[in-house]
Design a protein around this ligand. Structure first.
Ligand SMILES: N[C@@H](CCC(=O)N[C@@H](CSC=O)C(=O)NCC(=O)O)C(=O)O
Length: 230
């Protein structure tokens, strides 16, 4: 059986730090999972980095953000470690799991499924409980008590909902999908009703792709670095 401890499967230097990919057996999801950590460059072995979890969107793995976003530039200069988990369990061969791009494999929605058939889809517990505990236990260079959360699309929704359910845990964001599915005006309305401050920035002309993510990712990393008191 694969180890519960993460095994490093790749390492690539970038902006003075390292993108490292790990594999481990997840008791929460009942399958093997991969995740990426970007470690910023460190001048001292005792330095601990705060963490920013990035929750990716539908069809993504843990690789999309790491390969496409360029977030490592700002993470390197701010001294923030980036944690990029996968988006669902994989390899379980549940009937119909790959029939649709927005349900099943690559589409965990960062929720705990309640139907028996989808019992392995426990991505809320994986991201909020299992992964932080695993990081704390295995990576002394990370300070998981200083954590922030961001994401794109399905992952933006995941970041918001996880943050709102765990206000004490995260110092804690997100096209043709805008008017049909993302509905930021509803979020704006809810924040107004609840008297919660919101800075909603609409970015005219950008679509839903990683070209958009790359364009604004530095702002997001700087924002989270401020929240993490760096
Ligand atoms: N249906 C298409 C499009 C899938 C897509 O746009 N995925 C986005 C996230 S959408 C909301 O969660 C994404 O991040 N794709 C990965 C990328 O690297 O661009 C399809 O199946 O391809």
């Amino acid at each position: 059986m694969e180890s519960l401890k993460p095994t490093e499967i790749s390492s690539t230097k970038m902006f003075g730090g390292y993108n490292k990919r790990y594999k481990h057996s997840s008791p929460t999801l009942g399958c093997s999972m991969t995740f990426h950590i970007y470690f910023p460059p460190s001048s001292s072995p005792s330095r601990k980095f705060p963490v920013l979890y990035w929750l990716s969107g539908l069809t993504c793995t843990d690789e999309n953000f790491i390969i496409k976003s360029g977030a490592q530039r700002a993470a390197s200069s701010e001294g923030v470690a980036l944690i990029a988990p996968d988006t669902s369990p994989r390899g379980l061969n549940v009937e119909g799991e790959s029939d649709s791009w927005d349900f099943g494999v690559g589409a965990g929605f960062y929720l705990n499924a309640t139907q028996e058939k989808w019992k392995n889809w426990q991505m809320y517990d994986y991201v909020v409980k299992e992964l932080p505990a695993l990081l704390q236990e295995n990576f002394p260079q990370l300070d998981t008590s200083r954590a922030s959360l961001s994401g794109h699309s399905m992952g933006g929704h995941g970041a918001l909902t996880i943050y709102l359910k765990n206000l004490d845990k995260y110092k804690g964001d997100e096209d043709k999908f805008l008017s049909q599915q993302l509905l930021p005006h509803k979020f704006e309305e809810a924040c107004r009703k609840a008297n919660v401050p919101l800075l909603l920035r609409m970015q005219p002309g950008y679509d839903h792709s990683y070209y958009f993510v790359v364009t604004f990712i530095d702002d997001h990393i700087h924002h989270h670095a401020q929240a993490l008191n760096l």
